[in-house]
Ligand binder design. Structure first.
Ligand SMILES: Nc1ncnc2c1ncn2[C@@H]1O[C@H](COP(=O)(O)OP(=O)(O)O)[C@@H](O)[C@H]1O
Ligand SMILES: [Mg+2]
Length: 826
C-alpha cells in the first residue's frame, strides 16, 4: 500500500467557534443533530405529507447558493443506552439482579462484536457571507462583521429547527464539541469505538506555523481542529483507503432514477450491513442562474430538433423535458437542485470493504434507473470532500427539482421507543428499542396483547415482566394455564391455584386493616359476586333484589361491628331481614331476601364451594410477585369460572390499594374467559379505568380481538394506550377496531417467529402527543427463554431439572448447555 501521509493539510477546517465550523475559505457550517420519528408505521399519506414539508425545507431553510448536507452515520455504539439500562435495576432480589446483569452483559457483548446497529443523522448547512470573487484562504474579519455573521447564523439555525419540527423531525443545533466530534468520528472509525472525542482546541488558531518550521521543531506544534481530527496516516490502494485500522471505500450515485421518484428513495441504502456513512447533499443554486441555464439548454435542444428536420428521438425527448422543467419553475415554487448521494464504507479489511462496496452498488441498483460508481481515481478526493462540514461538494452532483430532491432525504427511521430503557427489545434491523411500561408520556399504563394461539403472547408478557422486575414493582398475574409457574418459582412468587379441591379459601368479605365497612368498589364487588351465585342460568337479578342485597350486606357489617364477616353471616341477615335503605322492609322485601338466602344455601357451611368462599382466608397475598391461576377450573367447575375471575379481581384490588409507594403491574392472561361474563368483564374494565389512580398498570392478553369488541369490554381498548399485536389470521378484520392504517396492517401480517429463537410483535403506543410504534423482536437471553417457554418437551425437561436442582439452578443449567451448543455449532 502506498503511504499518502497525513491528512491534516488537506482538511478544509480552520476553526470551530460559537457553534459553527469556520472553513479556510471564510465560510461557515452549522450542524444539527436530527432525530426522526419511527417512520416504519407511517402510511403512504403520512410519508407524502412529510415529503411535501421536506420540499419546503430544502427550498426555504437552505438559502439560495447554500448547501444542505445530510449525513446518516450507521454505527454499533449504544454505550449511553446500555449504561442507563444497567442503572435501571433497583430490585433487592438476588435472582432479579443476577438476571439483569446477564442481560446487560449479553447486550454489551453484542455491541462489542458489532452486532447492534445504531444510527445518527446530522444536517450540515453552509453559510457563505458575501463572497468576493476568489478570496483564497481565511482572513480575519473585524468584530462588527463577525457579529453580523453570528446573527445571520442564529437566524439560519432557528429557521432550520422550525422547518424540521414541521416535518416531524427534532433538530438540535450542535455545539462546538459536537461539531468536532462528528468530524473526528468520520476520520477515526477505530478510535471512535473506544476513545472519547478530543476537546475543541483553544480559541486562537489564527496563526498556524508553516509546515517547514514544524517539521524541524515539532514542539512548536499547537493543536488545531485539523490536527485534532486527523490522527492517523492515510494509505491507499487502488480501490480502498486505509485509515485508523479501517479500510474505506466510497460508492457514489452517478445516474439519476428514470422514473418518478417516491418518498424515501434511498431506503435500500439505509439497511446495508456494517458501519458506514450515507451522505446526501442538495445545493440550492440561485434561481436566476437555474432559469438561464435551462433557457440556454432549451434553445440548444430546439435548434437540434429544427436542424435535423424534426430531430432524432433523443433530441425530441430532451427538448420536451427541458420545456416542462422550465414551465414548472416559472409556475411553481419548485427549484433546481444539484444533488449528490454517496456511501462511505468503513470495514476492518480490504476484502470486507470491497464486499461492502459491491453491496452498496447493488443497493443503488435497486432504485429504478439509478447507477453508481465505486470510486477509484477520485477516491481520496471524494473521501475528504464527503467529510462532515467539509464545505466541498461531492464530485458527482446531478440536477433535479426540489420535490425529487426531497425524496432523497433519508427518512427511513426505526422507532426509538422510550427515554428510560426498562425493556430493551430489538428492531428487525438489530437496533435497540427501549420500552418503558411507565413512560411519563403515556396517559395510562395499561396494555392489551392480541394474537393467535402460539404467537408468543405469553412469552412477550413474561419477557416484559422479567424486565419490569428490575424496578421492584408489585406484580400480580392472573392465568388459567400454568404458563407462569416457572416464572413464579424462579422469582419466589406466591402461586395460588384457585380451585375448591386444592383446599384454599378466599373470604371476599375480608376488610383491609383499619376498615369497618367495605368501600364503594368492594361493595360493588360483593354485590356482583353474590348476584353471580344466585342468578339462574339465562336469568338476571332484578333491581329490587340488588337493593335488598346491598342493605343486607351493610347490615351484616354493622352487626359484626368490626369483627370478621362471612357469607353465612350474610345469609343469616337475609333470613331476618328488616330494613331497606332508610325505611322498614315490607313483606315483599322479606320475600325477596328469603329467596336470595335460599339460593345462597348451596354456597355456605358445608358445600364444596363453601370451602372456597365461606371460611377464613388461607391466602395472604403479600409477596412481591403473586400469581392466581385458575387452571382446570373451566373443565371441572364451569359455574365457578366467573366467580373465580371476580375473586381474583377482588384480591388484586385489595393488593393494589393496600400497598403504597411501589409500582404495581397486573397481567391478565387468557382474558377471554373473564370477558365471557358480563359482570366479570365489567370488573376488569373497571381496572382499566381506575388503575392509574393507584399507580398501577394492567396488561390484558387475549387470542381474539373480538373479545374486546363487545360493548362492555370496549372500555378496555379505550384505556389501553399500549397495544402489542402478535401473529394473527384476522388482522384485516380487526384493523378498524384498533384504528390501524394500511402500513400497520401490512406489518402485522408480516410478523414472523422462530420458536426457540425469536418472535416478532407489532407494538403500537398511543402517547399523549401521538401514536408511535414499530415491529419489535423479542430475542431473550437463554435464561429468560427457559423461564418463559411453553413448549411441552422443554417444560417437561425444565420441571424435571427444577425438581432435582431447584428452579433457578435448573434454568442456569439449561441456559449454559444451550450456550455451549450454540458456540459449538457457531
Ligand atoms: N420471543 C420468543 N423467542 C423464542 N421462542 C418464542 C418466543 N415467543 C414465543 N416463542 C415460542 O412460541 C411458543 C408459544 O408461545 P406462547 O407465548 O405460549 O404463545 P401464546 O401465548 O400466544 O399462545 C413458545 O413456547 C416458544 O417456544
Ligand atoms: Mg399464552
Amino acid at each position: 500500500m502506498e503511504l499518502v501521509g497525513d491528512l491534516t493539510r488537506e482538511l478544509p477546517y480552520w476553526t470551530i467557534r460559537d457553534g459553527a465550523v469556520v472553513l479556510r475559505d471564510g465560510s461557515y457550517r452549522l450542524g444539527f443533530d436530527v432525530t426522526l420519528p419511527g417512520t416504519e408505521v407511517w402510511d403512504a399519506a403520512q410519508l407524502a405529507a412529510c415529503n411535501e414539508r421536506l420540499r419546503i425545507l430544502i427550498g426555504t431553510a437552505v438559502p439560495e447558493g447554500e448547501c444542505l448536507r445530510m449525513l446518516l452515520e450507521i454505527h454499533p455504539d449504544y454505550t449511553d443506552l446500555l449504561r442507563a439500562y444497567a442503572d435501571v435495576c433497583r430490585s433487592p432480589h438476588a435472582v432479579v439482579r443476577n438476571l439483569h446483569g446477564r442481560r446487560v452483559s449479553a447486550l454489551t457483548e453484542a455491541q462489542a462484536s458489532g452486532r447492534l446497529v445504531n444510527s445518527r443523522l446530522i444536517f450540515d448547512l453552509s453559510y457563505h457571507p458575501e463572497r468576493p470573487p476568489r478570496r483564497g484562504w481565511w482572513r480575519p474579519v473585524d468584530g462588527a462583521t463577525y457579529r453580523r455573521h453570528l446573527a445571520e447564523l442564529g437566524i439560519l439555525r432557528d429557521v432550520m429547527v422550525g422547518h424540521c419540527e414541521r416535518c416531524g423531525f427534532r433538530a438540535r443545533p450542535l455545539d462546538g464539541g459536537a461539531l468536532l466530534d462528528a468530524v473526528w468520528r468520520f476520520f477515526n472509525p477505530g478510535r471512535k469505538r473506544f476513545c472519547p472525542p478530543p476537546a475543541v482546541p483553544a480559541e486562537d488558531q489564527a496563526f498556524e506555523i508553516p509546515r517547514r518550521v514544524l517539521n524541524a521543531w515539532p514542539f512548536f506544534g499547537r493543536r488545531s481542529v485539523r490536527t485534532a481530527v486527523a490522527r492517523s496516516d492515510l494509505y491507499r490502494r487502488w480501490d480502498f483507503l486505509w485509515l485508523d485500522g479501517h479500510a474505506h471505500a466510497v460508492v457514489a450515485m452517478d445516474t439519476l432514477p428514470d422514473r418518478p421518484t417516491m418518498p424515501n428513495m434511498l431506503g435500500p441504502l439505509q439497511t446495508l450491513p456494517g458501519a458506514y456513512w450515507l451522505i446526501i447533499e442538495a445545493w440550492n443554486d440561485p434561481r436566476s442562474d437555474q432559469i438561464k441555464r435551462l433557457e440556454l439548454k432549451s434553445r440548444l435542444s430546439r435548434q437540434a430538433v429544427l436542424a435535423q428536420d424534426g430531430g432524432d428521438s433523443n433530441a425530441r425527448a430532451v427538448d420536451r423535458q427541458v420545456a416542462e422543467a422550465l414551465d414548472v419553475l416559472q409556475r411553481t415554487s419548485e427549484r433546481v437542485m444539484r444533488v449528490g448521494v454517496a456511501v462511505v464504507l468503513q470495514e476492518s479489511s480490504g476484502e470486507a470493504v470491497q464486499a461492502a462496496a459491491r453491496r452498496a452498488l447493488d443497493a443503488f441498483h435497486q432504485i429504478p434507473g439509478v447507477d453508481a460508481r465505486i470510486e477509484s481515481v477520485a477516491l481520496r478526493r471524494q473521501f475528504v470532500q464527503l467529510a462532515p462540514f467539509s464545505g466541498m461538494p461531492n464530485e458527482r452532483l446531478m440536477r433535479m427539482l426540489t420535490s425529487n430532491a426531497a425524496d432523497f432525504v433519508p427518512c427511513h427511521a426505526l422507532w426509538r421507543g422510550s427515554a428510560r430503557p426498562v425493556c430493551p427489545l430489538f428492531t428487525r434491523r438489530d437496533s435497540l428499542v427501549p420500552l418503558d411500561p411507565f413512560d411519563p408520556r403515556l396517559p395510562s399504563w395499561n396494555a392489551i396483547v392480541i394474537g393467535e394461539s402460539g404467537g408468543g403472547k405469553t412469552h412477550f408478557a413474561i419477557a416484559w415482566l422479567s424486565h419490569l422486575l428490575a424496578l421492584d414493582p408489585v406484580v400480580l398475574i392472573v392465568d388459567k394455564g400454568g404458563a407462569y409457574k416457572s416464572f413464579c418459582s424462579v422469582y419466589d412468587a406466591q402461586y395460588v391455584h384457585i380451585d375448591p379441591a386444592s383446599g384454599i379459601a378466599v373470604n371476599p368479605f375480608d376488610l383491609l386493616p383499619g376498615e369497618i365497612e367495605p368501600d364503594h368498589a368492594h361493595l360493588g364487588l360483593l354485590k356482583s359476586l353474590i348476584a353471580l351465585m344466585v342468578v339462574e342460568p339465562g336469568g338476571a337479578v332484578g333491581r329490587q333484589e340488588m337493593a335488598v342485597l346491598e342493605s343486607a350486606i351493610r347490615q351484616t357489617y354493622a352487626r359484626a361491628a368490626g369483627g370478621p364477616v362471612f357469607l353465612h353471616d350474610l345469609v343469616r341477615t337475609l333470613r331476618t331481614f328488616e330494613q331497606v335503605g332508610a325505611h322498614e322492609a315490607g313483606p315483599e322485601e322479606w320475600a325477596l331476601a328469603r329467596g336470595i338466602a335460599r339460593r345462597l344455601e348451596v354456597w355456605v357451611d358445608e358445600g364444596l364451594y363453601a370451602r372456597l368462599l365461606d371460611r377464613p382466608s388461607t391466602v395472604d397475598l403479600s409477596a412481591s410477585v403473586v400469581c392466581l391461576d385458575t387452571e382446570g377450573l373451566s373443565e371441572h367447575y364451569p359455574d365457578l369460572v366467573p366467580i373465580a375471575a371476580l375473586l381474583a379481581n377482588h384480591l388484586i384490588y385489595r393488593r393494589i390499594r393496600a400497598d403504597d409507594g411501589r409500582l404495581k403491574y397486573v397481567v391478565s392472561d387468557e382474558t377471554w374467559a373473564a370477558l365471557l361474563n358480563r359482570v366479570a368483564a365489567e370488573s376488569l374494565v373497571g381496572m382499566f379505568r381506575r388503575f392509574r389512580k393507584f399507580g398501577a398498570g394492567i396488561m390484558a392478553i387475549s387470542q381474539r380481538a373480538e373479545d374486546f369488541e363487545s360493548e362492555y369490554a370496549r372500555g378496555i381498548l379505550e384505556n389501553a394506550p399500549l397495544k402489542v399485536l402478535t401473529r394473527a389470521a384476522d388482522a384485516d378484520r380487526v384493523a378498524p377496531l384498533l384504528d390501524l392504517n394500511d402500513q400497520h396492517r401490512a406489518l402485522w401480517k408480516s410478523l414472523t417467529q422462530r420458536r426457540g429463537e425469536f418472535s416478532e410483535a407489532l407494538v403500537i403506543v398511543d402517547f399523549l402527543e401521538g401514536r408511535e410504534g414499530g415491529v419489535v423482536v423479542v430475542r431473550d437471553i437463554p435464561e429468560d427463554y427457559f423461564i418463559a417457554t411453553t413448549t411441552a418437551e422443554e417444560r417437561v425437561r425444565r420441571d424435571q431439572l427444577a425438581a432435582e436442582l431447584g428452579p433457578w439452578p435448573a434454568i442456569r443449567h439449561l441456559a449454559d448447555s444451550r450456550r455451549a451448543t450454540c458456540s459449538r455449532t457457531g
